[in-house]
Ligand binder design. Structure first.
Ligand code: SF4
Ligand code: SF4
Length: 257
């Protein structure tokens, strides 16, 4: 599933995930959301206070030097459509491909442009052109609340992205700001998981209704076309629908719907 990645220059595709039956994946996400609900807000606020992170406004998290993919929630897409409808595109890492070769991805991502590194559409001279209206993930970064597996296979919570590698730590953040941040992080993570669940449920219903199946060979061919910059047909999850983009070229101009 796509989301703000810490690093990585290449496009990675979750080939193995499409092999897991959808009901199991949905159940696993519902379980994740339950764990998230159970995480005490005050505990997270205290951890944010202890970290004392202060951004030094270097702008690197808005570039592919740090962030491979800036995933958008449904309400971000609504807002960006008003601000600049050219600023986003189907998120990389499509998860499914049907027997006709159409790819399916769980949402949109901010478009990247420029080179070395490619940077967010809205980044100009290391500053965000829409700072007051920036997207949900941009508002909470580098905070997060995700369970990840450690090398021993045990789950642990991850709360800060790239700790110690950017910004300043051990600053004094007012208690109220910590609580606000904690609330925003939990809201974001809940909205993210909920969108992933809804994407899978929509795929399940759509594939059943149209007698479609996931075709792994065509999936690999489609991924290769995207990497080479060849046009593909892709359907993007958006508020319970799968919006079709024909002749889509990643990062290119040729996007028709
Ligand atoms: S959050 Fe970190 S990477 Fe992003 S601008 Fe601030 S210091 Fe730089
Ligand atoms: S919208 Fe602004 S804050 Fe978010 S990634 Fe783009 S430039 Fe950075």
């Amino acid at each position: 599933m796509p989301w703000n990645q810490d690093s990585g220059q290449t496009i990675g595709f979750p080939e193995c995930m499409s092999a897991v039956p959808l009901p199991y994946r949905i159940l696993a996400l519902v379980q994740e959301r339950n764990y998230l609900f159970q995480y005490p807000l005050e505990r997270l606020a205290g951890e944010i206070k202890d970290a004392g992170f202060r951004c030094e406004m270097c702008g690197s998290c808005c570039t592919q030097a740090v962030t491979r993919n800036i995933f958008l929630l449904d309400h971000d897409v609504v807002a960006l459509t008003q601000i600049d409808p050219e600023s986003f595109e189907p998120a990389p890492d499509p998860e499914f491909c049907d027997q006709d070769g159409t790819l399916y991805t769980s949402g949109y991502a901010l478009k990247m442009r420029g080179e070395n590194p490619r940077a967010c559409w809205f980044l100009e001279k290391d500053r965000c052109r829409i700072y007051d209206q920036r997207c949900s993930i941009c508002r909470i970064y580098p905070y997060m609340l995700r369970r990840i597996r450690d090398p021993g296979g045990r789950f642990r919570w991850r709360r800060v992205s790239r700790p110690g590698e950017h910004g300043h730590c051990h600053g004094d953040i007012p208690d109220e700001e910590c609580r606000t941040l904690a609330r925003e992080v939990k809201e974001y993570e809940n909205a993210f998981i909920t969108q992933q669940i809804s994407f899978l449920e929509t795929i399940q219903e759509y594939f059943t209704r149209h007698s479609l199946v996931h075709d792994h060979s065509r999936y690999l061919r489609g991924i290769s076309q995207v990497s080479r910059g060849s046009p593909v047909t892709i359907r993007v999850y958006k508020a319970g629908e799968l919006v079709e983009h024909r002749d889509y070229i990643r990062g290119g101009q040729k996007v028709t719907a």
